[in-house]
Design a protein around this ligand. Structure first.
Ligand SMILES: [Zn+2]
Length: 333
């Protein structure tokens, strides 16, 4: 039987700013809260534990402001992270399907696990449900990322507990989750990017209703990533055949590329590559492919033209600057 673990964390950060923070642990977990839901979304168990901080000896003022916790309370009632995490892991069980509000909690949890030298207990690939994303998709029909308390208000759910305490936020997240049409939402699983595929073999191709998502392994540079055929090949969402490109990949903004391809049987498809930074500073690519109609295709042509104009303008400015510098050099000599 499927079991969902809806979790939420509170964390602390260096009270003296990023510059002097412990590089591998920007956020130290100070509380883990979770509820378990079974397949029919009934709550079956709960977990709540404070963590006594080992790295940052004071609470950042923002953290004490929103969580209403004090360092004394944490040191007194909390236990060290490894102890709490082990207990939490056992409580979750091996089959748990994790759900969180946004992707941050899982990243920070795994950073804490690594920092304290513990073995990462999560499956690989680590698939989870981002309830914030699903709320945006199915309640708003858009991509807007809302705060948990906003969603709770919008849904008119009972606000019978404070926000920004891990266990209470987990309860609220679960309450939002229960409001979603889960049959519709269930296929839209998210991939955790903390640990990337390590080889070509581990690279992921996920099929969603209406689109596919591919997650590459890490590359040393962006150039290496976009030179890789597995990253740039446009594969039809239906027949999985490699499609012919009608508009080749072109840059769209700083961190993305777009292209248009055509399958004889299944028509036009839009491709998008997003370049992302891996935990170790390397680069990886997330590519999505989805069918588009003529209007969608025209939109891609337009974007390409805009990108071309911008590029030309940049080049023109560069040439002018060069000329100016040369002139100044001449004058100086
Ligand atoms: Zn096809």
């Amino acid at each position: 039987m499927k079991e969902y673990v809806v979790l939420d964390l509170e964390w602390n950060q260096n009270p003296y700013g990023k510059e002097t923070a412990e590089e591998s642990l920007p956020f130290e977990v100070i509380e883990i809260g979770a509820v378990k839901l079974h397949e029919r979304m009934e709550t079956t168990a709960s977990f709540s534990s404070l963590v006594s901080p080992q790295v940052y000896g004071e609470l950042h003022f923002k953290i004490s402001e929103v969580t209403h916790m004090t360092m004394e309370e944490l040191q007194e009632k909390g236990r060290p992270f490894p102890e709490v995490m082990k207990e939490f892991e056992a409580w979750c069980g091996k089959e748990a399907v994790y759900c969180t509000w946004g992707p941050m909690d899982l990243t920070e949890l795994q950073r804490n696990i690594a920092y304290f030298g513990m073995e990462n207990p999560f499956p690989r690939p680590f698939l989870y449900y981002d309830i914030q994303k699903l709320y945006g998709l199915f309640r708003e029909g858009g991509k807007e990322k809302k705060a948990l308390d906003t969603a709770v208000k919008e849904l008119g759910l009972e606000e019978d507990r404070p926000f920004h305490q891990a266990y209470d936020d987990a309860c609220y997240t679960a309450a939002v989750m229960k409001q979603l049409d889960w049959e519709k939402a269930e296929p839209y699983i998210s991939v955790d990017y903390y640990r990337l595929p390590e080889s070509r073999k581990e690279e992921l191709l996920l099929q969603f209703p209406g689109y596919t998502k591919y997650v590459s392994r890490a590359f040393d540079t962006r150039e290496d990533a976009v030179a890789d055929r597995r990253v740039t090949d446009m594969v039809c969402t239906q027949c999985r055949k490699t499609m012919r490109k009608k508009i080749r990949w072109f840059p769209s903004g700083q961190k993305a590329y777009i292209c248009l391809a055509y399958c004889r049987e299944h028509g036009l498809h839009k491709g998008k590559i997003r370049i992302k930074k891996a935990e170790d500073g390397r680069i990886f690519a997330v590519r999505t492919i989805k069918p588009v109609d003529e209007e969608g295709a025209a939109d891609i042509s337009r974007k390409k033209e805009e990108a071309r104009i911008k590029r030309n303008e940049r080049n023109r400015q560069k040439r002018q600057e060069k000329k100016k510098n040369k002139k100044e050099e001449k004058r100086d000599t």
